[in-house]
Design a protein around this ligand. Structure first.
Ligand code: NAP
Length: 336
């Protein structure tokens, strides 16, 4: 059985996911495309030799009879309306992060999905599918390092464009940590604080970079995440868990070591697309398999909501300079 997919938004990640669905995954086929720029879709049809209908209106793509599942890879503020329309049409939907740009928007999706009586939504949080994070989680769950007490994390990008703003460090960048650390620890957050170290001269005048986010979880585990999006040297994701009996670190991506000219060195990736390339493959294959088998297991609309609630508190903390509480409602049984 092959899943017929319609894609809304054919920019950077949309293009990557279309390549994946057409050339890497099993049992997936892209049959419909929509983008605010029709020429993007035409280019993709040529580049990947697709047999796909181009729709000028995303809502027509969502309701098209040949489309069984939707990938939403357009600009964040458009996600909520497209996901709600997909639920309304009774179709499964994979939505890139953020599920919606506000926690209330995510809650609207949660409520619509529960009212539809069936899980249909997977959020594009790919790190829980990354082999490194999976290995780290299995060490924590083995009890080898005891109960986790502290996490030291970093999310570094070589550079960002002028359009990147201070709050995007939370809503676009930290959002991945907010999801994956909650998944890793199986705990929600209770408070957030943001502090600003000395600013790098590489950041644009309106951007505070780097930032340090301090989170506390329900069990009192303390997490510090350094966000440094003009670090110059690479795309570098770090996560170290300090437990009662030892320390576990996220493995580095595989890289050949060289000894040359009196130096021992290994490469560091610079492109986010490459750092999690396998995880993107696995998350989308899981979505395809789950839709075909009728059992959705990936990051849910509730996970999208939980990350958004924490992100809202972090943005409030950026602005207030205070420790802001994070109030997470109890998870509905629908998402157990
Ligand atoms: P992008 O390159 O700007 O692509 C978005 C595409 O959607 C653009 O072609 C854009 O057109 C189009 N678009 C905007 N509004 C639309 C609408 N109303 N209907 C149809 N198409 C519309 O952005 P991107 O980097 O691919 O990011 C897309 C989403 O994926 C974002 O939410 C981002 O946060 C997420 N993302 C996730 C990851 C991850 O690691 N999971 C990585 C990258 C991106 P215009 O260019 O004309 O606006």
């Amino acid at each position: 059985m092959t899943l017929n997919i319609g894609v809304i938004g054919t920019g950077a990640i949309g293009r990557e996911h279309i390549r994946r669905c057409s050339q890497v995954l099993q049992n997936a086929r892209v049959v419909a495309l929509n983008d605010i720029n029709r020429s993007n879709c035409e280019q993709i049809v040529r580049d990947f030799d697709l047999q796909a209908e181009i729709y000028d209106n995303a809502h027509d793509l969502i309701t098209a009879p040949e489309v069984q599942a939707i990938l939403v890879t357009s600009w964040g503020p458009t996600h909520e309306a497209f996901v709600l329309a997909a639920i309304q049409a009774g179709k499964a939907v994979f939505c890139e992060k953020p599920l919606a740009v506000t926690a209330q928007g995510c809650m609207n999706i949660v409520e619509a999905e529960m009212a539809s009586g069936k899980k249909r939504v997977q959020v594009g949080f790919m790190r829980p599918y990354d082999s490194g994070y999976l290995a780290l989680k299995s060490v924590l769950e083995s009890g080898e390092i005891g109960e986790p007490l502290m996490l030291h994390c970093a999310h570094r990008n070589p550079e960002v464009g002028d359009a990147y703003t201070t709050d995007m460090a939370i809503t676009d960048t930290l959002i991945h940590e907010l999801d994956v650390l909650r998944w890793l620890l199986k705990e929600d957050y209770v408070s957030a604080q943001v502090i600003y170290p000395r600013k790098t001269r590489k950041a644009s005048s309106h951007l505070k970079d780097p930032q340090i986010v301090l989170l506390e979880t329900t069990k009192g585990t303390r997490i510090d995440v350094e966000i440094f999006v003009n670090c110059e040297y690479g795309y570098d994701i770090q996560c170290e868990v300090v437990g009662e009996a030892g320390i576990a670190r996220l493995p580095e991506p595989m890289s050949v070591q060289t000894r040359r000219a009196a130096r021992l060195s290994t490469g560091i990736l610079t492109d986010w697309k490459k750092r999690f390339i396998d995880a993107y493959d696995v998350e989308l294959q899981a979505f395809v398999n789950n839709v075909l088998s009728g059992n959705m297991t990936g990051p849910s609309a509730w996970d999208g909501y939980a990350a958004a609630v924490a992100a809202d508190a972090c943005v409030a903390a950026q602005r207030s300079g205070n420790i802001e509480p994070i109030a997470m409602p109890a998870r509905p049984a629908f998402y157990d």
